[in-house]
Design a binder for this molecule. Structure first.
Ligand SMILES: C[S@@+](CC[C@H](N)C(=O)[O-])C[C@H]1O[C@@H](n2cnc3c(N)ncnc32)[C@H](O)[C@@H]1O
Length: 235
């Protein structure tokens, strides 16, 4: 169902993303705390997309909870993540739900030159990225924007939700730089200045069609982060 990644061999030790995979493998392998219900953001995006099936690439899908939700709505979904432990959970959940329109693949943004997509013809493509941008260093973000710029296809949407520099959590943990922190010694976060990312998305050829920021967008277990939601379109 997917175009396989041809460039896994491009992975290099120097890329900063390599530092976070151990954290996420341990999180998904040993923690029962990863939510398995669809996120509020996924429900919001599903409402925007409507009933016509689209191709959705769930970038950094984690345990696949949002991928599975989109597939249950009839979309063709490919969930990608760097964490094999997360993908194991995602594949097991898809099997439990008996879904055949969702697939999962190992993919490290920053180490690949081609973004795989669901192989179902030329229906609009949605690149869905929840809690991804703040999980990666800026050079990896730039690689992701290059992947988008290199995609063929008439209509491409990008839907992203991420923590901003107004998130109180930015004061937690050890500072790495003005906007980067390491919590508990291994949980990396980079708090995003939305207008900076928006400028870069626009430079990539995307037009912003939805942009909100604030609290209350994804409050769970006593954590009410300051988030930004962006939907952008090319074509
Ligand atoms: C906060 S979790 C979000 C999971 C899911 N999107 C959700 O909202 O439940 C961040 C995810 O990003 C993944 N990730 C971080 N850097 C990545 C990269 N460079 N390439 C692929 N996945 C990455 C991690 O493995 C982890 O599953």
């Amino acid at each position: 169902m997917i175009h396989n990644t041809q460039h896994q061999a491009l992975a290099t030790q120097e890329l900063p993303v390599q530092g976070t995979v151990e954290y996420w493998d341990a999180y998904y392998a040993h923690s029962c705390s990863a939510p398995d219900q669809p996120s509020d953001f996924a429900q919001f995006i599903a409402g925007l997309l409507g009933a016509v099936p689209m191709r959705i690439v769930d970038i950094a899908c984690g345990n696949g909870r949002d991928s599975i939700f989109f597939a249950s709505k009839g979309h063709y979904v490919l969930g990608l993540d760097q964490s094999e432990a997360a993908l194991e959970l995602a594949r097991a959940a898809a099997a439990r739900h008996g879904l055949t329109n969702v697939d999962f693949a190992h993919f490290v943004v920053g180490c690949n030159r081609h973004l795989p997509t669901p192989n179902v013809g030329n229906v609009p493509l949605v690149l869905y990225a929840r809690f991804f941008f703040h999980a990666i260093p800026e050079p990896v973000e730039d690689d992701f924007l290059n992947l988008i710029a290199n995609l063929d296809g008439d209509q491409i949407y990008v839907a992203a939700e991420f923590r901003t520099i107004n998130d109180p959590r930015m004061t937690y943990g050890e500072p790495i730089s003005a906007h980067e922190r390491l919590e508990g010694g291994s949980h990396y976060r980079r708090y995003i200045a939305p207008e900076h990312l928006i400028r870069k998305l626009e430079t990539t050829g995307l037009r912003i069609i939805h942009h909100v920021e604030g609290f209350g967008l994804s409050a769970v277990k006593g954590d009410d982060p300051h988030l930004c939601r962006i939907v952008a379109v090319r074509g």
